[in-house]
Design a protein around this ligand. Sequence first.
Ligand code: M6R
Length: 364
Amino acid sequence: GKGQYRHFMQKEIFEQPAVIGDTLHSFLNPATLSVQLPNLPFDLSKVSRFTFIACGTAFYAGMVAKYWFEQVARQPVEIDIASEFRYREAPMPDDGVSVYISQSGETIDTLAALKYAQSQDQKILSVVNVPESAIARSSDAVMPTQAGPEIGVASTKAFTTQLTVLACLAIATARARGAIDVARERELSAALTEVPARIAEVLNHDEAIREISHDISEARDVLYLGRGTLYPIAMEGALKLKEISYIHAEGYAAGEMKHGPIALIDEAVPIIACAPSGPLFEKTASNLQEVHARGGKIVLLSDKEGLARAGELAVHTVELPKIDPFVAPILYSIPIQLLAYHTAVLKGTDVDQPRNLAKSVTVE
Ligand code: M6R
């Protein structure tokens, strides 16, 4: 049941420290701060290319992972949504591994894309939340998420546990390819180990985020901005808001604003910026400056340092703990989930069972 919570989605958001901890437990040794994967039916040091395929929120998890694999492991990665990939007739490389990310493990397009990759002699690895699912059964190897049953149609804990598994796989790949040394592996593992506690801190901002949702609930359109691994989080934020509150939202790479979307900006369009301090912060801050100059109402999600630098551009801020930029996309998922949740509650929609949507999309 929902216990003390009003909706399954809310319960599942608050379960994230625990289920991320459980997921880390299966792939990361906290004593040695090293990742330990199950035996894989391919050599991680010799994968020519990973191809990540998924739908919806799971696709955004794959997008974050692409940044991780490229930056941390220097590993080439391609990514596509399953409904495009399955019909694209894409050539696939020798020694390629194709990774299928799916909460349910039953999404029909994702399964069909898997069959295509199989026909192209790719090794198949899946990241699923349901170990007995069709996608899991069709895979050469499975790295399960330990999210437990996810009832709310809007994916929350499945997403952050997918990110957790993919982060461990990225570290293991980096190690196998000699892209990182033991010290760096320990640093990245330590950053991951800290995530459950940092998420618990962010969950304490629930009430402040609920306050912000009053302004969001009055908007017709909302823009989410991010750079690097926070770009997919911006898109995930927009998807979450539209699917449960029915408010139109788009996620953009902050650097794309001046190539079109900045034309939309006026006092009526809230801009949610996902911008931890770090190498990309100054770039995002100057995009926010441009938005501010055009009257845009900015909600800035950042840490102490970021808020000190750009907080005065915002009408609302949420201060997140300072963490290693590697794990920032996991942490910044939390405020965008809470913002969508509270906005939908204010709008009075059916949060757990939004109109026109099914939890598992088993028809095309
Ligand atoms: O079960 P799957 O992870 O394969 O589902 C994929 C998408 O249908 C799913 O993530 C969908 O986008 C969610 N409703 C988003 O919250």
